[in-house]
Ligand binder design. Structure first.
Ligand code: PLP
Length: 382
């Protein structure tokens, strides 16, 4: 399909890889492994010159994911953190960035332990509290880093309201859209300047690749990120690009199923005597539910809950499931369970960003929902 203008999101996921190859008719872009490209005389570049700067497989992925985010420019990276690193490097020493107090632990570690020692000034704040954001603002605040829903507490931030506040004060807004994906949330349309992803998660969707992505229509940011992508070289290889690209074709379908099964899981948990709190933005009791309903077209596949009985009880639940695999990461076809305090968020233990010890995080996969509910039932009952 040549022109995707006006097509629905699922159609754009499937067909956005571009038209079939005009020579062979191949309906999937080939994996192009060349590290260098012949030139027609010195400087006669046919489109690509050296694969760190760009290659056809990566270019196809970048164009497709940018289109899904409604962005003019897209940049693929070797991991989500490499993509985040590039965005944070756009700040000058002394610039101030505001981050969510419950962002992904690795993001906080990158900001506080890599960028802060190099001169970036970093503060964490509850971004769902606009008065707190205004109070934390400094004359040199240049960037607000949003994650919504957050990992692992699933807090919701009002993207449009934060953008309004930040733009009025001259800062750019970056949204980590890893949990929602462009299938459920379009941050650029809500005013954000850039979107960042760990494509390791839902965009790849099959737990078989690590990758990152930046999408933006902000010309100056795009120039800076393009420069950094090439200058620092944290780029994905062609096979990794192919895997993310293949995952993206089924994104719409998978997100529908993840969201529907997460709804079933959340309603099992909310009534369960062994559970003291459930965090899923689709629940009317979730403090961010109204905002989520406004800015998301579905509530996603991530559910966190606190277990009665404290940390040991939470660890026990994690080790008893059979369909949910005990593992870090999220966003793939198989269901995963983890203990954020001891696993994904161990790097923020002892800080103000520490997560509750009795918290369990689920990445609800696309298995038969009845099997997922049975499995959680037995793990909580035992
Ligand atoms: N952002 C979020 C919300 C994440 O959950 C993660 C990883 O779990 C990252 C960024 C980092 O991505 P990666 O592990 O691909 O570097």
């Amino acid at each position: 399909m040549d022109d995707l203008t006006g097509r629905g999101f699922a159609t754009r996921c499937v067909h956005g890889a571009g038209p079939a190859d005009p020579v062979t008719g191949a309906v999937v872009p080939p994996i192009s492994v060349a590290s260098t490209f012949a030139q027609d005389g010195v400087g006669g570049i046919r489109g690509f010159e050296y694969a760190r700067s760009g290659n056809p497989t990566r270019a196809a992925l970048e164009a497709h994911l940018a289109e899904l985010e409604g962005a003019a420019h897209g940049f693929a990276f070797s991991s989500g953190l490499a993509a985040e690193d590039a965005l944070l490097r756009t700040l000058a020493p002394g610039d101030h960035v505001l981050m969510p107090s419950d962002a992904y632990g690795g993001t906080v570690r990158l900001a506080l332990q890599v960028h802060a020692p190099a001169g970036t000034r970093v503060d964490t704040v509850d971004l769902s509290d606009l008065a707190a954001v205004a109070a934390a603002w400094r004359p040199d605040t240049r960037m607000v880093w949003v994650e919504t829903p957050t990992n692992p507490l699933l807090a919701i931030v009002d993207i449009a309201a934060i953008c309004e506040l930040a733009h009025r004060r001259g800062a750019v807004v970056v949204v980590d859209n890893t949990f929602a994906t462009p299938a459920l949330q379009q941050p650029l349309a809500l005013g954000a300047d850039a979107v960042v992803h760990s494509t390791t998660k839902y965009l790849g969707g099959h737990s078989d690749v690590v990758g990152g992505f930046v999408a933006t229509s902000h010309e100056h940011l795009a120039e800076q990120v393009a420069f950094l992508q090439n200058a620092t070289g944290a780029v994905p290889g062609p096979f990794d690009c192919y895997l993310v690209h293949r995952g993206a074709r089924t994104l719409a379908l998978r997100m529908e199923r993840h969201s529907a099964s997460a709804a079933a899981v959340a309603s099992l948990l909310i009534d369960h005597p062994a559970v003291i709190e459930v965090r899923w933005p689709g629940l009317p009791s979730h403090p961010g539910h109204e905002i989520a309903a406004r800015q998301m077209s579905g509530f996603g596949g991530m559910v966190s809950f606190r277990v009665a009985g404290g940390e040991q009880a939470a660890l026990d639940v994690c080790s008893r499931t059979q369909v949910f695999t005990l593992a870090e990461s999220l966003g793939a076809v198989e269901s995963l369970i983890e203990h954020p305090g001891r696993m994904t968020h161990a790097s923020v233990a002892g800080t103000t960003n520490e997560v509750p010890a009795d918290l369990v995080r689920l990445s609800v996969g696309i298995e038969d929902p009845a099997d997922l509910l049975d499995d959680l039932g037995q793990a909580l009952r035992a």
